[in-house]
Ligand binder design. Structure first.
Ligand SMILES: [Zn+2]
Length: 358
């Protein structure tokens, strides 16, 4: 079934550019830029190292893996290459629309300006989105991320607005949740709202309901990155019936999209197994759940693999996978008519074909 899942048109809303590099590329870029701190120069060993460090259960070790990927993404050439390969890899996995995020402020150590960083990544996505004959294979929208522990969110929000007609479709904040509540960046979110711009916030991954509540009710987030802890506001009785608290009910009733990343959540301890991942309950309760990869390198995953794991854990069929996919497309930050065109012209026909064949 995995091969068929790869073939159906899929939509990805939560994927980090610095978490999805090819191991071979990291080794080559490290050599070209004289970066000598990689744990190994062998791509296979490096791939394993990333997976092991991310599986360790230690957030410090998990975050350390990004030191290496970010270190080799400090020049225009490397950013173009990484972005182009990201678009190609997603297209090879059957993703037809993706929103990929990265933090421009992390790519300026060798002298690039924030604008140059953004332009390099946009160029890379444009290159990688075309097939050998120049035909488009995938559409990639860019999200600009500000780091929660830094104080540059307003500047990055302005950057996102400046490039909104050039391929940047939204804004995000990421990084350690505890101690850095989203309200710390209220200025940036209020600016984005005044500019009629879209944004998502990493919230409710490691940290609980207050983080989700702030992201929605104080900051005005359009979507929630992860949002798994929303289950803390849901009580399930012995007969399986569920009672939603006010915040959970608000999230469900307002159709606030949850960008769930099952494998990544296991690695960071936000869930204990795929079978016990809140996605099962949230899907059953008709929250607007979407399925995502987060960091493909660290989790050695792809969107097709994430779907496959859910199929194995919950017995999902094509109708469920289509529901997740349409949810994601509805929740994208591109104009409504363009979302609708992808749903009716690409996603539904793609799933109809696979259902007819199987
Ligand atoms: Zn993330």
């Amino acid at each position: 079934m995995l091969d068929d899942i790869r073939r159906v048109p899929k939509v990805l809303l939560h994927d980090h550019l610095d978490g999805g590099l090819r191991a071979e590329t990291i080794v080559e870029l490290a050599r070209e830029s004289d970066y000598g701190r990689l744990p190994t120069g062998d791509p296979d060993n490096l791939r394993e190292w990333f997976e092991e460090a991310s599986d360790s259960g230690s957030l410090e070790r998990y975050l350390e893996t990004f030191d290496h990927t970010v270190a080799v993404m400090q020049t225009r050439e490397s950013l173009v290459r990484v972005a182009a390969e990201c678009a190609q890899d997603l297209a090879d996995d059957g993703v037809v629309y993706a929103e990929v995020r990265f933090a421009p402020e992390q790519h300026t150590t060798r002298g690039l300006s924030l604008d140059q960083v953004v332009e390099a990544v946009l160029d890379g996505f444009a290159q990688g989105s075309r097939g050998p004959g120049g035909q488009p294979r995938i559409r990639v929208g860019t999200l600009l991320t500000a780091m929660r522990h830094q104080a540059r969110s307003r500047e990055i929000a302005e950057l996102a607005v400046r490039y909104r007609d050039g391929g940047v479709v939204g804004f995000d904040i990421a990084g350690a949740e505890a101690g850095y509540p989203p309200t710390r960046h209220l200025d940036a979110f209020e600016y984005l709202q005044r500019e009629n711009a879209h944004f998502t916030i990493h919230a409710g991954e490691a940290f609980g309901l207050p983080s989700i509540w702030q992201a929605i009710q104080w900051c005005g987030a359009d979507r929630l990155g992860h949002g798994v802890r929303i289950i803390d506001d849901i009580s399930v009785a012995g007969d399986g019936s569920a009672k939603l608290g006010r915040l959970a009910a608000y999230v469900r009733d307002k159709r606030i999209p949850l960008e769930m990343c099952p494998t990544s959540n296991l690695q960071t301890g936000a869930a204990t197994s795929i079978a016990e991942h809140p996605i099962g309950l949230l899907r059953r309760l008709h929250f607007r759940v979407t399925v995502n990869t987060d960091n493909r390198l660290m989790s050695s995953t792809t969107l097709a693999l994430e779907f496959h794991k859910l199929v194995q854990a919950f017995g999902y069929g094509w109708d469920d996978l289509q529901w997740f996919t349409v949810n994601a497309m509805k929740s994208a930050f591109i104009p409504f008519d363009e979302r609708l065109a992808l749903i009716n012209g690409v996603i539904k026909p793609g799933f109809a074909q696979i259902k007819w064949q199987s």
